[in-house]
Each structure stands twice: as C-alpha cells, then as structure tokens.
Design a protein around this ligand. Structure first.
Ligand code: SAJ
Length: 412
C-alpha cells in the first residue's frame, strides 16, 4: 500500500521516521516550523547527525518520495512528532495543539492522526481526542510513542517492538499495517492510555534504576569501595540488572517522562525521590571536585571539562548534566571545555591537546570514545582527574603523577 503521510516535526524522531516511511515507498511530506531546517533539507543537508541517517537521506532523495516544507499538505495520515517539554512538573502539549491546529486546516473525512510524541496517560482521552472531534470530520486516531535511542535511532526504529494505542481496535489495526511496512520488531495493539503509560513507565523504570546506581555510588564514596565492580558482580545474578552511576541523567526522555506520572497522581513517592537523586548528581559531582581541589591544595585551578553532550558519542545536549556542573564550578573556577561532537555551547571549545596542556584538573562528564586513549603522562600540569563514567584506567595514567579519582570509588 502506498499512502500519503504528512510528518509534522522533523526532529530526532520525526525526520528518521519520515525517511523510513519514504524508503518503504510511501509518499512522505515532512513539515517543520523552522525555515532554516527546511532550507537545509531542501539543499540536501541533514540538520543533525545520527548513525546511518545520511545514507538513508541520500537514497530516499533519489526516489522523490520525501519532500519537505513549512506548510502542511492534504494527506491520508498525519504523524505528529513534536516536542512535549515539561514545565513545573507538567507536560506542555502546546506544540501538539499547534500541530493539530495546522492539521485541522487540511484535514478531510476519514484521515488518520498518529501521535509519536510522549504525552501523559490521560491526555489522549481527555484533551486530544475531544479536540480532534471538534474538526467535525470522521477520523482515526492512534498513539504510537517512539522508542528509539539517540545514536542508534534507525536500528531501534526498525527493530524495537512497537506499541500502538488505537481509539478503536480497527484504528490500531490500520496503523499497524503502516508500521509493518518499515518495522521488523513485533507490533502490539492496545488503547491510547495504556500506550501512553507504557512509554512513561519505561523511562521512569530507567530513571529509578539509575538513581539507585547513583545512590550506591555515593555510599561507595562514603565507605570506600568500588561501586562499578560491585555492580558488575551483582549483575552476575540472573535476576539483577543495575544500571551505571554517572553525573546525572540528560536527554529529552528520562529526566522528563517521570513527571507525566507525578502530574496525574499523588501516589508517586519513589518517582519524586528518583528525580531528586538524579537531578542532584551534577551538584554532588561538583562538590566532590571542589573537595579534591582543596585536598590537593590547588590555588586558582583551571578545570578542563571533557564532554558536554548528555551521553557518549552523540551531539545531543538536551538536559545535559554538563550544563549544571559547569554552572556550579564556573562560580569559583576558570573552565575550559572540549567536546568533539558539540559545536554550540556558550563557552569556547578548544582542541583536546590544547586543553590538556593548560589545565590543572580534568573532569570527565561524557565518556565519548575519543577520550578513551588519552595518555596523561604527557601533561605534567594536570594534578588530578575526576572521572564520572569510569572510563579511564591506570593505562591512561601510565607513570605520571596525576591522580585518578572516579565517581563511586571514594576520594582516597
Ligand atoms: N545513564 C546513566 N546510567 C546508565 C544509563 C544511562 O547515567 O546506566 C544516563 C545517560 O548518560 C544519559 C541518560 O541517562 O544522560 C539517558 O540516557 P539513555 O541512553 O539511558 O536514554 P535516552 O534518553 O537517550 O533514551 C531513552 C530510551 N529509553 C529506554 O531505554 C527505556 C529510548 O529507548 C527512548 O526512546 C528515549 O529515552 C525516549 O525518547 O523516550
């Protein structure tokens, strides 16, 4: 079946989805409010990096199945993939409603609306479906929350299981057929509320698991053991899978989605504590660095920050813990930053070698592969390294006098 699909929002999810649909031979029209992004796409350039996206874009361009613009076009299906940020603990659906306003102008009897953006458990039933009903047309509706991880988006979009929450079973079955033209994973159908809850539960589970790992790391710092080794060994148990500690959680999902649950229920004690623990990590890391500066008695140190992206090997900086660590440390210290992926940060980014030649302290925030093989022996100016990801080993230190500290291994 060749279907005309209009994808509204050409971000980290919308654009790859649009290109995969076009590759599956649907006629896809991508829409975004950002004229600069549309100009880039029309000139054959991608607005962001993602594994394999460039090749896919080139292939799809040759087929003519993907076009883009600012204005919506009449289509059989409208797929919304716009951001749903969180403001003061509430999901902000204003971009979804702006998209629906635009869709209303071209909507025809029998068209379908798919939402891939993350929304709250009751938002479909209480807010979105009533809004579409006011179009006064026959419609189909499904909520199909995206589940792809940045850095491996295309693989996960095609291989992960998908959940389709339909207003009716027939709506869900109809959209299942569309997704099965590019999804190889299993596709399950349910209602929109279960689909929405499922999505936020997934990320809340991960947030809570990481908070537990972070708490274990703080205990390790206090009573002096290696939390990374302890987690590795605990995970040898067949029913245990503890995630990794770190400088805090970033990205547009894990620190945000739990708030969709706290917004609809008062019975969310654990979720609120989880958010507090993970949001407290950048402050904790900064204080550990301060303690070490005092311990080493370094006057007016220059601190080199390695990594600004929220996780390794991506250029995505949304909700990055690096921002808070830098804000905290810059109050009292001069900072320099190097991130091979990130171009637009307030602080000037200097080359890695240059940074390592002038700093007194190194704080590793993001474990990009590029840092793995740094040989610190060459840099006699560096007094200590604080590694928040357990990336560096004694091999990086060699015979130099630089002291390596790692989050969750104590300060000795
Ligand atoms: N992190 C840790 N410790 C870990 C794993 C991650 O501190 O053991 C940190 C990362 O450094 C990062 C943050 O958590 O700052 C989130 O990274 P992530 O790789 O766990 O997740 P995201 O936000 O990139 O993508 C998640 C994924 N959700 C799940 O795996 C349940 C992805 O599948 C979702 O599509 C995405 O959220 C989303 O859009 O909801």
């Amino acid at each position: 079946m060749k279907i005309k699909v209009c994808v509204v929002g050409l971000g980290y999810i919308g654009l790859p989805t649009a290109l995969l649909l076009a590759k599956a031979r649907h006629q896809v029209y991508g829409v975004d409010v950002d004229q600069k992004k549309i100009n880039q796409l029309q000139a054959g350039c991608l607005p962001f990096d993602e594994n394999g996206l460039d090749d896919l874009f080139k292939k799809v361009q040759q087929t003519g199945n993907f076009l883009s613009g600012i204005e919506l076009q009449k289509s059989d299906i409208f797929l919304i993939a716009v951001p749903t940020p969180q403001i003061n603990g509430e999901a902000d659906l204003s971009y979804v409603f702006k998209a629906l306003d635009k869709i209303k102008e071209v909507f025809e009897d029998g068209n379908t609306i798919i939402i891939e953006s993350t929304i709250g458990p009751l938002d479909s039933e209480k807010r979105i479906i009533p809004f579409i009903q006011e179009f006064g047309k026959k419609f189909r509706f499904t909520l199909c929350p995206e589940r792809a991880i940045p850095g491996n988006t295309l693989y996960e979009m095609t291989h992960n299981a998908r959940i389709i929450g339909g207003l009716t079973e027939s709506d869900a079955e109809f959209i299942k057929k569309l997704y099965s033209t590019f999804v190889e994973g299993d596709i399950y159908i349910t209602n929109p509320t279960v689909a929405a809850v499922c999505k936020v539960m997934e990320n809340t589970y991960r947030d809570t698991n990481i908070a537990l790992a972070n708490e274990f790391a703080k205990i390790a710092d206090e009573i002096d053991f290696d939390v990374w080794r302890a987690i590795e060994l605990a995970n040898k148990h067949p029913r245990v899978n503890i995630l990794q500690p770190g400088p805090g959680v970033g990205g547009h999902c894990i620190p945000i989605d739990p708030w969709f649950l706290t917004a609809v229920s008062k019975q969310t004690d654990l979720i609120l504590v989880t958010r507090k623990v993970n949001d407290g990590m950048p402050g904790y890391v900064s204080k550990q660095v301060e303690k070490l500066i005092q311990k080493h008695n370094i006057k007016n140190p220059i601190i080199g920050i390695l990594g600004y992206a929220y996780k390794k090997n991506v250029n995505d900086t949304r909700e990055t813990p690096a921002e808070h660590i830098m804000e905290f440390l810059s109050k009292n210290y001069k900072l320099l930053l190097y991130d091979p992926y990130v171009k637009e940060v307030k602080l000037e980014i200097i080359k890695l070698d240059k940074l390592l030649e002038v700093v007194d302290v190194v704080v590793l925030v993001t474990d990009h592969d590029e840092y793995k093989d740094i040989n610190f022996e060459k840099y006699l100016n560096i007094k200590f390294i604080y590694d928040t990801r357990n990336l560096f080993t004694s091999a990086n230190i060699g015979n130099s006098s630089v002291k390596l500290y790692t989050l969750g291994k104590g300060l000795k």
